[in-house]
Design a protein around this ligand. Structure first.
Ligand SMILES: NC(=O)c1ccc[n+]([C@@H]2O[C@H](COP(=O)([O-])OP(=O)(O)OC[C@H]3O[C@@H](n4cnc5c(N)ncnc54)[C@H](O)[C@@H]3O)[C@@H](O)[C@H]2O)c1
Length: 330
Protein backbone atom coordinates (compact mmCIF):
# COMPACT_ATOMS: atom_id res chain seq x y z
CA UNK A 1 0.00 0.00 0.00
CA UNK A 2 1.43 3.42 -0.88
CA UNK A 3 2.07 5.88 1.93
CA UNK A 4 -0.69 8.48 1.98
CA UNK A 5 0.98 11.89 2.18
CA UNK A 6 -0.75 15.22 2.73
CA UNK A 7 0.78 18.62 2.10
CA UNK A 8 -0.07 21.65 4.24
CA UNK A 9 0.61 24.95 2.49
CA UNK A 10 0.32 25.12 -1.29
CA UNK A 11 2.96 27.69 -2.20
CA UNK A 12 6.35 27.52 -3.90
CA UNK A 13 8.18 24.84 -1.96
CA UNK A 14 5.06 22.65 -1.67
CA UNK A 15 5.01 22.52 -5.48
CA UNK A 16 8.62 21.27 -5.49
CA UNK A 17 7.96 18.45 -3.02
CA UNK A 18 4.68 17.49 -4.67
CA UNK A 19 6.33 17.24 -8.10
CA UNK A 20 9.02 14.95 -6.68
CA UNK A 21 6.72 12.81 -4.53
CA UNK A 22 4.28 12.39 -7.42
CA UNK A 23 7.01 10.40 -9.23
CA UNK A 24 7.60 8.03 -6.28
CA UNK A 25 5.46 4.91 -6.72
CA UNK A 26 5.64 4.26 -2.96
CA UNK A 27 3.56 7.38 -2.33
CA UNK A 28 -0.01 8.51 -2.91
CA UNK A 29 -0.34 12.27 -2.71
CA UNK A 30 -3.62 12.36 -0.89
CA UNK A 31 -4.79 15.74 0.37
CA UNK A 32 -3.69 19.36 0.12
CA UNK A 33 -4.66 22.05 2.59
CA UNK A 34 -4.01 25.78 2.47
CA UNK A 35 -5.68 28.65 4.32
CA UNK A 36 -6.28 30.01 0.83
CA UNK A 37 -8.59 27.32 -0.53
CA UNK A 38 -8.01 28.16 -4.19
CA UNK A 39 -4.30 27.35 -3.80
CA UNK A 40 -5.00 23.92 -2.32
CA UNK A 41 -7.53 23.32 -5.10
CA UNK A 42 -4.94 24.20 -7.76
CA UNK A 43 -2.45 21.74 -6.24
CA UNK A 44 -5.11 19.03 -5.94
CA UNK A 45 -6.00 19.43 -9.63
CA UNK A 46 -2.35 19.42 -10.68
CA UNK A 47 -1.43 16.29 -8.70
CA UNK A 48 -4.67 14.34 -8.83
CA UNK A 49 -5.39 14.68 -5.11
CA UNK A 50 -8.10 16.29 -2.99
CA UNK A 51 -8.31 19.77 -1.51
CA UNK A 52 -9.07 19.40 2.20
CA UNK A 53 -11.29 22.01 3.86
CA UNK A 54 -9.35 21.86 7.12
CA UNK A 55 -6.14 20.50 8.60
CA UNK A 56 -8.25 17.98 10.52
CA UNK A 57 -9.76 16.64 7.29
CA UNK A 58 -6.27 16.24 5.81
CA UNK A 59 -4.97 14.52 8.96
CA UNK A 60 -7.82 12.01 8.93
CA UNK A 61 -6.77 10.84 5.45
CA UNK A 62 -2.94 10.74 5.64
CA UNK A 63 -0.13 8.74 7.22
CA UNK A 64 2.47 11.49 6.87
CA UNK A 65 2.38 15.24 6.31
CA UNK A 66 4.66 17.73 4.59
CA UNK A 67 4.49 21.13 6.31
CA UNK A 68 5.23 23.84 3.75
CA UNK A 69 3.70 26.84 5.51
CA UNK A 70 5.45 30.08 6.55
CA UNK A 71 8.16 29.98 9.23
CA UNK A 72 5.97 31.32 12.04
CA UNK A 73 3.48 28.45 11.73
CA UNK A 74 5.88 25.50 11.87
CA UNK A 75 5.65 24.71 15.58
CA UNK A 76 1.86 25.02 15.71
CA UNK A 77 1.16 22.94 12.60
CA UNK A 78 3.79 20.30 13.45
CA UNK A 79 2.33 19.96 16.94
CA UNK A 80 -1.13 19.30 15.45
CA UNK A 81 0.30 16.71 13.10
CA UNK A 82 2.26 14.90 15.83
CA UNK A 83 -0.76 14.93 18.14
CA UNK A 84 -2.76 13.25 15.36
CA UNK A 85 -0.09 10.49 15.31
CA UNK A 86 1.21 11.29 11.81
CA UNK A 87 4.81 11.45 10.61
CA UNK A 88 6.23 14.89 9.80
CA UNK A 89 8.41 16.41 7.15
CA UNK A 90 8.65 20.11 8.00
CA UNK A 91 10.40 22.77 6.00
CA UNK A 92 13.18 24.84 7.54
CA UNK A 93 13.50 26.59 9.93
CA UNK A 94 12.71 24.05 12.65
CA UNK A 95 11.50 26.84 14.96
CA UNK A 96 12.07 30.55 15.52
CA UNK A 97 13.48 30.60 19.04
CA UNK A 98 15.05 28.21 21.49
CA UNK A 99 11.98 27.72 23.70
CA UNK A 100 9.86 26.77 20.70
CA UNK A 101 12.61 24.50 19.32
CA UNK A 102 13.00 22.70 22.65
CA UNK A 103 9.23 22.21 23.02
CA UNK A 104 8.97 20.80 19.51
CA UNK A 105 12.05 18.59 19.80
CA UNK A 106 10.77 17.10 23.06
CA UNK A 107 7.26 16.59 21.67
CA UNK A 108 8.69 14.88 18.63
CA UNK A 109 10.90 12.60 20.77
CA UNK A 110 7.92 11.63 22.96
CA UNK A 111 5.79 10.83 19.91
CA UNK A 112 8.11 8.16 18.49
CA UNK A 113 7.09 9.40 15.04
CA UNK A 114 9.40 10.34 12.18
CA UNK A 115 10.32 14.03 12.09
CA UNK A 116 12.50 15.23 9.24
CA UNK A 117 13.58 18.86 8.84
CA UNK A 118 13.91 20.33 5.33
CA UNK A 119 17.63 21.10 5.35
CA UNK A 120 17.91 20.09 1.69
CA UNK A 121 21.45 21.41 1.14
CA UNK A 122 22.91 18.29 2.77
CA UNK A 123 21.77 16.32 -0.29
CA UNK A 124 23.05 18.69 -2.96
CA UNK A 125 25.72 16.82 -4.98
CA UNK A 126 28.41 19.47 -4.35
CA UNK A 127 27.91 19.25 -0.61
CA UNK A 128 27.80 15.45 -0.69
CA UNK A 129 31.24 15.48 -2.33
CA UNK A 130 32.57 17.84 0.33
CA UNK A 131 31.08 15.76 3.14
CA UNK A 132 32.51 12.55 1.69
CA UNK A 133 35.98 14.10 1.45
CA UNK A 134 35.78 15.10 5.12
CA UNK A 135 34.36 11.77 6.34
CA UNK A 136 36.96 9.77 4.39
CA UNK A 137 39.76 12.03 5.78
CA UNK A 138 40.78 12.93 2.24
CA UNK A 139 40.29 16.48 3.49
CA UNK A 140 41.07 17.45 7.08
CA UNK A 141 39.43 20.87 7.47
CA UNK A 142 41.70 23.31 9.27
CA UNK A 143 40.13 26.60 8.29
CA UNK A 144 36.90 27.67 6.60
CA UNK A 145 35.41 30.71 4.93
CA UNK A 146 31.81 30.74 3.75
CA UNK A 147 29.20 33.15 2.50
CA UNK A 148 25.51 33.08 1.79
CA UNK A 149 23.98 36.27 0.44
CA UNK A 150 20.48 37.19 -0.67
CA UNK A 151 19.74 39.52 -3.53
CA UNK A 152 17.07 41.50 -1.71
CA UNK A 153 14.51 41.38 1.06
CA UNK A 154 11.70 42.26 -1.34
CA UNK A 155 10.51 39.04 -2.93
CA UNK A 156 8.39 37.23 -1.73
CA UNK A 157 6.76 40.36 -0.32
CA UNK A 158 6.85 39.28 3.36
CA UNK A 159 10.54 38.34 3.43
CA UNK A 160 11.63 41.76 4.81
CA UNK A 161 9.39 41.30 7.85
CA UNK A 162 11.35 39.77 10.74
CA UNK A 163 8.09 39.07 12.57
CA UNK A 164 7.18 36.67 9.75
CA UNK A 165 10.61 35.19 8.95
CA UNK A 166 11.98 35.10 12.50
CA UNK A 167 14.85 37.29 11.27
CA UNK A 168 17.18 37.16 8.29
CA UNK A 169 19.36 34.39 9.76
CA UNK A 170 16.29 32.14 10.02
CA UNK A 171 15.23 32.79 6.46
CA UNK A 172 18.25 32.25 4.21
CA UNK A 173 21.56 31.63 6.08
CA UNK A 174 19.79 28.95 8.17
CA UNK A 175 21.00 26.51 5.49
CA UNK A 176 24.64 27.48 6.06
CA UNK A 177 24.34 26.98 9.81
CA UNK A 178 23.04 23.46 9.22
CA UNK A 179 25.87 22.72 6.79
CA UNK A 180 28.48 24.14 9.16
CA UNK A 181 27.50 21.68 11.89
CA UNK A 182 26.93 18.83 9.41
CA UNK A 183 30.47 19.23 8.02
CA UNK A 184 32.51 20.39 10.98
CA UNK A 185 30.75 19.18 14.12
CA UNK A 186 30.07 20.92 17.37
CA UNK A 187 30.32 24.71 17.62
CA UNK A 188 31.74 25.88 20.95
CA UNK A 189 31.26 29.62 20.57
CA UNK A 190 30.12 32.28 18.16
CA UNK A 191 31.25 35.87 17.89
CA UNK A 192 29.27 38.14 15.61
CA UNK A 193 29.19 41.75 14.44
CA UNK A 194 26.04 42.81 12.61
CA UNK A 195 24.38 45.90 11.15
CA UNK A 196 20.94 46.86 9.88
CA UNK A 197 20.76 48.63 6.51
CA UNK A 198 17.05 48.43 5.68
CA UNK A 199 13.71 47.57 7.33
CA UNK A 200 15.27 47.98 10.81
CA UNK A 201 16.42 44.38 11.04
CA UNK A 202 19.97 43.02 11.19
CA UNK A 203 20.79 42.11 7.60
CA UNK A 204 24.59 42.16 7.42
CA UNK A 205 26.53 39.68 9.57
CA UNK A 206 30.23 38.92 10.05
CA UNK A 207 30.36 35.66 11.96
CA UNK A 208 33.23 33.81 13.61
CA UNK A 209 32.53 30.23 14.71
CA UNK A 210 34.85 28.14 16.82
CA UNK A 211 34.37 24.38 16.68
CA UNK A 212 35.18 21.69 19.22
CA UNK A 213 37.90 20.43 16.89
CA UNK A 214 39.64 23.82 17.11
CA UNK A 215 38.58 24.72 13.58
CA UNK A 216 37.64 28.34 13.04
CA UNK A 217 35.17 29.38 10.37
CA UNK A 218 34.28 32.83 9.18
CA UNK A 219 30.96 33.44 7.48
CA UNK A 220 29.63 36.53 5.79
CA UNK A 221 25.96 36.91 5.07
CA UNK A 222 24.32 40.03 3.64
CA UNK A 223 20.73 40.46 2.49
CA UNK A 224 20.90 43.02 -0.33
CA UNK A 225 23.81 41.88 -2.51
CA UNK A 226 21.81 41.59 -5.77
CA UNK A 227 21.68 38.07 -7.13
CA UNK A 228 25.28 38.29 -8.26
CA UNK A 229 26.48 34.74 -8.78
CA UNK A 230 27.53 32.82 -6.74
CA UNK A 231 25.57 33.99 -3.73
CA UNK A 232 26.52 30.84 -1.80
CA UNK A 233 30.02 29.48 -1.38
CA UNK A 234 32.23 27.40 0.91
CA UNK A 235 36.02 27.52 0.93
CA UNK A 236 37.45 24.75 3.09
CA UNK A 237 41.19 24.69 3.61
CA UNK A 238 43.23 21.69 4.74
CA UNK A 239 47.01 21.27 4.81
CA UNK A 240 48.02 22.30 1.28
CA UNK A 241 44.50 21.69 0.05
CA UNK A 242 41.43 23.73 -0.81
CA UNK A 243 37.87 22.65 -1.59
CA UNK A 244 35.71 25.37 -3.04
CA UNK A 245 32.03 25.29 -3.93
CA UNK A 246 30.43 27.60 -6.43
CA UNK A 247 26.75 27.83 -5.58
CA UNK A 248 25.33 24.29 -5.94
CA UNK A 249 26.63 24.16 -9.48
CA UNK A 250 30.25 23.21 -9.07
CA UNK A 251 32.92 22.03 -6.67
CA UNK A 252 36.67 22.31 -7.30
CA UNK A 253 39.50 21.01 -5.20
CA UNK A 254 43.25 20.80 -5.09
CA UNK A 255 44.65 18.22 -2.69
CA UNK A 256 48.41 18.63 -2.20
CA UNK A 257 50.95 21.09 -3.57
CA UNK A 258 51.74 19.00 -6.65
CA UNK A 259 48.17 18.02 -7.49
CA UNK A 260 46.03 19.38 -10.27
CA UNK A 261 42.62 20.86 -9.66
CA UNK A 262 39.60 18.58 -10.04
CA UNK A 263 36.20 20.06 -10.81
CA UNK A 264 32.77 18.45 -10.72
CA UNK A 265 30.16 20.43 -12.57
CA UNK A 266 26.44 19.86 -11.96
CA UNK A 267 25.17 22.81 -13.91
CA UNK A 268 23.24 20.57 -16.31
CA UNK A 269 21.39 18.73 -13.53
CA UNK A 270 17.85 19.79 -12.68
CA UNK A 271 17.36 22.29 -9.89
CA UNK A 272 15.47 19.65 -7.87
CA UNK A 273 18.55 17.41 -7.99
CA UNK A 274 21.20 20.13 -7.63
CA UNK A 275 19.53 21.59 -4.55
CA UNK A 276 19.12 18.18 -2.90
CA UNK A 277 15.30 18.07 -2.89
CA UNK A 278 15.01 14.73 -4.74
CA UNK A 279 17.23 12.88 -2.32
CA UNK A 280 15.74 14.41 0.83
CA UNK A 281 12.25 13.37 -0.29
CA UNK A 282 13.41 9.87 -1.23
CA UNK A 283 15.04 9.49 2.19
CA UNK A 284 11.86 10.63 3.94
CA UNK A 285 9.89 7.93 2.14
CA UNK A 286 12.66 5.41 2.94
CA UNK A 287 12.18 6.35 6.61
CA UNK A 288 8.41 5.82 6.29
CA UNK A 289 9.21 2.37 4.87
CA UNK A 290 11.44 1.64 7.87
CA UNK A 291 14.50 1.30 5.63
CA UNK A 292 16.50 4.04 7.34
CA UNK A 293 16.26 6.73 9.96
CA UNK A 294 15.32 10.25 8.84
CA UNK A 295 18.57 11.98 7.81
CA UNK A 296 17.84 15.39 9.39
CA UNK A 297 16.20 15.05 12.78
CA UNK A 298 14.38 17.30 15.22
CA UNK A 299 17.63 17.31 17.25
CA UNK A 300 19.47 18.67 14.22
CA UNK A 301 16.80 21.34 13.72
CA UNK A 302 16.99 22.31 17.39
CA UNK A 303 20.77 22.62 17.25
CA UNK A 304 20.62 24.97 14.28
CA UNK A 305 18.15 27.18 16.17
CA UNK A 306 20.50 27.22 19.16
CA UNK A 307 23.37 28.30 16.95
CA UNK A 308 21.33 31.07 15.32
CA UNK A 309 20.17 32.32 18.70
CA UNK A 310 23.79 32.41 19.86
CA UNK A 311 24.69 34.51 16.80
CA UNK A 312 21.86 36.99 17.45
CA UNK A 313 22.82 37.24 21.12
CA UNK A 314 26.46 37.86 20.23
CA UNK A 315 25.48 40.52 17.68
CA UNK A 316 23.16 42.30 20.13
CA UNK A 317 25.42 42.19 23.18
CA UNK A 318 28.81 42.41 21.48
CA UNK A 319 30.09 39.36 23.36
CA UNK A 320 31.33 35.88 22.49
CA UNK A 321 28.51 33.42 23.16
CA UNK A 322 29.23 29.84 24.21
CA UNK A 323 26.75 27.18 23.19
CA UNK A 324 25.24 25.08 25.91
CA UNK A 325 24.28 21.79 24.32
CA UNK A 326 26.13 19.86 21.61
CA UNK A 327 25.24 21.19 18.19
CA UNK A 328 25.42 17.70 16.71
CA UNK A 329 25.67 14.25 18.11
CA UNK A 330 28.46 12.14 16.67
N1 LIG B 1 14.30 24.23 1.86
C1 LIG B 1 14.20 25.18 0.95
O1 LIG B 1 15.03 25.29 0.04
C2 LIG B 1 13.02 26.13 0.99
C3 LIG B 1 12.72 26.90 -0.14
C4 LIG B 1 11.62 27.75 -0.08
C5 LIG B 1 10.87 27.84 1.09
N2 LIG B 1 11.22 27.09 2.17
C6 LIG B 1 10.41 27.16 3.41
O2 LIG B 1 9.14 26.60 3.13
C7 LIG B 1 8.11 27.32 3.79
C8 LIG B 1 7.09 27.82 2.77
O3 LIG B 1 7.75 28.69 1.86
P1 LIG B 1 7.12 29.04 0.42
O4 LIG B 1 8.19 29.77 -0.29
O5 LIG B 1 6.51 27.84 -0.18
O6 LIG B 1 5.99 30.09 0.88
P2 LIG B 1 4.71 30.50 0.06
O7 LIG B 1 4.29 31.82 0.64
O8 LIG B 1 4.92 30.36 -1.40
O9 LIG B 1 3.61 29.37 0.48
C9 LIG B 1 3.14 29.23 1.78
C10 LIG B 1 1.67 28.77 1.70
O10 LIG B 1 1.21 28.44 3.01
C11 LIG B 1 -0.14 28.93 3.14
N3 LIG B 1 -0.41 29.04 4.58
C12 LIG B 1 -0.05 30.04 5.43
N4 LIG B 1 -0.41 29.73 6.69
C13 LIG B 1 -1.00 28.50 6.63
C14 LIG B 1 -1.57 27.64 7.59
N5 LIG B 1 -1.56 27.95 8.89
N6 LIG B 1 -2.12 26.47 7.17
C15 LIG B 1 -2.13 26.13 5.86
N7 LIG B 1 -1.60 26.92 4.90
C16 LIG B 1 -1.02 28.07 5.27
C17 LIG B 1 -0.15 30.21 2.37
O11 LIG B 1 -1.48 30.58 1.99
C18 LIG B 1 0.72 29.85 1.16
O12 LIG B 1 -0.04 29.31 0.10
C19 LIG B 1 8.81 28.44 4.55
O13 LIG B 1 8.99 28.04 5.89
C20 LIG B 1 10.16 28.60 3.87
O14 LIG B 1 11.18 29.03 4.74
C21 LIG B 1 12.25 26.22 2.13
Amino acid sequence: MPHKIGIVGSGGVAGIHAAILAKDSRVKLQHFFDVEANRAQAMASRFDGHAARSLEELLAECDAVYICTPNTTHEEVATHVLEAGKHVFCEKPFALNLESATRLRDRSARSGLIYQVGHNRRFAPVYKILKKAIDSCELRPLSVHAKMNRGELANPPWVWNARLTGGFLYETPVHMFDLMTFFFGRVCWAQVAARAHEHGELDDFSILLNFESGLQATMKTYAHASWHFPFERFEVYGMHSTYETFEMERISFTNGLESRTTTYDFSLATMHEKWGYIEEDRLFVDALEGKSLPPVTADDGHNVVELIEACYQSAREGVRVHLRSPVRKF
